[in-house]
Design a binder for this molecule. Structure first.
Ligand code: SF4
Length: 351
């Protein structure tokens, strides 16, 4: 489908239309996606988010890809909800490193009402540092969404993970509709939505198309769309899934860009295993956001330095980077913040 026909924001995609985009010649698809990307974004700018696990492991859910599920023996060390001081220190490091958004993830089915004051405190403190805030805490009720919005939370992450049809192969402890309900609660409370999924879990192309169709056919497109490549963690039921063809991953990014032209499409988990050429191709296909930290919840992520070197070679600038400071001043700031930190900081991956 020519990009000229895809000028408007649509919420009525059919799976056949989406599959037709997936199956265009690769160069045509990438060209269309890049043209669409340039209509709405600076093509040489990438938004940086940092993700911190604020409560790790012992999750009662059974997501088959996740090392944080209590059902799988992955050797992961559990941690209780972090102290506020630890979160503030991590946020300062993230800001000094160039991140514009600080995401906090807790391995919960859903937060208990008694946890809300503590996470609301985290939101207020991180915002006071001048960072955008995002949380991923599991399912939210209408009332909980309202409380997080009142605390000033900018984004809430809750992924659909995959298509409606394949979902049962991945998770059995919550339904697809539960996820849609949480997204509706988040949207209705006035927060921005971060919702995407995972590819490479053994699903078929029609499921990748189905995932993007569900996201793009929501009443409002999510402002942020993370596309994760499965990280195969030993001990999880998906540890020995077959690798997804890297070009199919790039096609998924490009189709997401065409269907949700104004959303940030985030190259998320799995980036550690992508070479620089593949990451560059993902940016070409319309990805314009990354997680920028050493770990994503519990899985490795490229080191911040190698990200900056790749950006330099590609002529990419971090969005909202502090342009009033040169790189030496930025680095000095970062070292000072790290030196002043009293604890070891752990950065991890989103659920
Ligand atoms: S993905 Fe989230 S909800 Fe699922 S097991 Fe992991 S932490 Fe729990």
């Amino acid at each position: 489908m020519a990009v000229q026909e895809q000028n408007s924001i649509r919420h009525d995609w059919t799976r056949d239309e989406v599959l037709a985009m997936f199956n265009q010649p690769f160069n045509d698809l990438l060209f269309d996606a890049q043209v669409m990307h340039r209509r709405h974004f600076n093509p040489n700018s990438v938004q940086l988010s940092t993700l911190l696990s604020i409560k790790t492991g012992a999750c009662p859910e059974d997501c088959k890809y996740c090392p944080q599920s209590a059902r799988y023996d992955t050797g992961l060390e559990k941690e209780k909800l972090l102290e506020i001081e630890t979160v503030i220190e991590a946020a300062k490091v993230a800001k000094a490193s160039g991140s514009s958004r600080f995401c906090m993830g807790a391995a919960w089915r859903s937060p208990h009402d008694r946890d809300i004051p503590a996470v609301a405190h985290m939101i207020r403190e991180v915002k006071a540092l001048g960072l955008e805030t995002c949380m991923t805490l599991g399912m939210l009720s209408e009332e909980q969404s309202g409380k997080l919005a009142d605390a000033g939370l900018d984004y809430y992450n809750h992924n659909l993970d995959t298509s409606k049809e394949f979902y049962g192969e991945v998770i059995t402890t919550r339904t697809y509709q539960d996820r849609l309900n949480t997204l509706a609660n988040v949207r209705n409370s006035g927060m921005k939505v971060c919702a995407g999924g995972i590819v490479g879990m053994g699903e078929e192309q029609k499921d990748r198309a189905g995932l993007l169709m569900e996201l793009a056919n929501l009443p409002h497109h999510p402002e942020s769309v993370p596309i994760n490549m499965l990280v195969k963690v030993a001990g999880t039921p998906m540890a020995s899934e077959e690798d997804l063809d890297p070009f199919e991953f790039i096609r998924t990014i490009a189709v997401a860009r065409l269907m949700m032209p104004k959303s940030y499409v985030r190259l998320s988990a799995g980036r550690e295993e992508m070479n620089e050429q593949m990451q560059a191709m993902a940016f070409m296909a319309g990805a314009n956001s990354i997680f920028y930290c050493d770990k994503l919840l519990t899985t490795p992520n490229p080191k911040a330095n190698s990200d900056m070197q790749l950006f330099e070679r590609l002529g990419i600038k971090p969005e909202e980077y502090q342009v009033d400071k040169n790189s030496e001043e930025q680095e000095a700031d970062l070292h000072q913040v790290i030196a002043e930190s009293k604890t070891d900081l752990l950065f991890y991956r989103a659920g």
